[in-house]
Design a protein around this ligand. Structure first.
Ligand code: AP5
Ligand code: MG
Length: 214
């Protein structure tokens, strides 16, 4: 099963993608997580991506597309994957379509997690992320067992540099301009499904399972 998660920054794509990955035994592929891991390791790619991410801008397609195509070509993606944060532009979607159709395959669903902008800014300021294993928490909704420490790997949790309120607003603007057109793109292909992302995360997940099947 090949799934794309669509939605504004902070809509809960990552939260739901991790749950989907676990239930359906497919890898969770997040371009944002790949970039953040590279920033942490201070790789050349990470340093280049950071310039854009810190400003709330998209990393250029040339950099992003190659990383994604390399990742989905790995063995663990043979039976499918859930993409979180890719595609984010129409050219990225077209590259993905081409790569998938060259394998005589297709994307099964593009799930749009819909949350209004007002709710997003509140969510982001409470998010805490583990830069080592990619786990995310929320200081009110999903707190870690021990404050500031990742339940899964014991690393320190941080407020992402791009989660500061002024950068979140910029990311939302970029989302509306460059990423929202993908909703129409996948609707025309007949694979778009919508879920209300403002519900409790368990209810959002139930809505997704109702789409994907048990
Ligand atoms: P990326 O890491 O993809 O960030 P994003 O799209 O901005 O999305 P987020 O990770 O912020 O939000 P999310 O939807 O995953 O929400 P989450 O589940 O964490 O990208 C970061 C940057 O990298 C981009 O700005 C760009 O620069 C670059 N980049 C990445 N991919 C790229 C691409 N393809 N092309 C170009 N550039 C790219 O949830 C948010 C918070 O809410 C959490 O605290 C969570 O615990 C909480 N929460 C989740 N669900 C609920 C719920 N139902 N109720 C209450 N709280 C909830
Ligand atoms: Mg995410």
């Amino acid at each position: 099963m090949k799934i794309i998660m669509l939605g504004a920054p902070g809509a809960g794509k990552g939260t739901q993608a991790k749950m989907i990955a676990e239930k359906y035994s497919i890898p969770h592929v997040s371009t944002g997580d790949i970039f953040r891991a590279n920033i942490k390791d201070q790789t050349e790619l990470g340093m280049e991506a950071k310039k854009y991410m810190d400003q709330g801008l998209l990393v250029p397609d040339e950099l992003t597309v190659k990383i994604l195509l390399d990742r989905v070509a790995k063995d663990d993606c043979k039976n499918g994957y859930v993409l979180d944060g890719f595609p984010r532009t129409i050219p990225q979607a077209e590259v993905l379509d081409k790569a998938v159709s060259e394998l005589n395959e297709s994307i099964d669903f593009a799930i749009n997690v819909d949350v209004k902008d007002e709710n997003i800014v509140k969510r982001m300021s409470g998010r805490r992320a583990c830069l080592k294993c990619g786990a995310t928490y929320h200081i009110e909704h999903i707190p870690p067992k021990k404050e500031g420490i990742c339940d899964k790997c014991g690393s320190e949790l941080v407020l992402r540099d791009d989660d500061k309120p002024e950068t979140v607003q910029k990311r939302l603007n970029v989302y509306h301009e460059q990423t929202q057109p993908l909703i129409d793109y996948y609707n025309k292909k007949g694979i778009l499904r919508e879920v209300d992302g403002s519900q409790d995360m368990k209810d959002v997940f139930s809505a997704i399972v109702a789409i994907l099947g048990e």
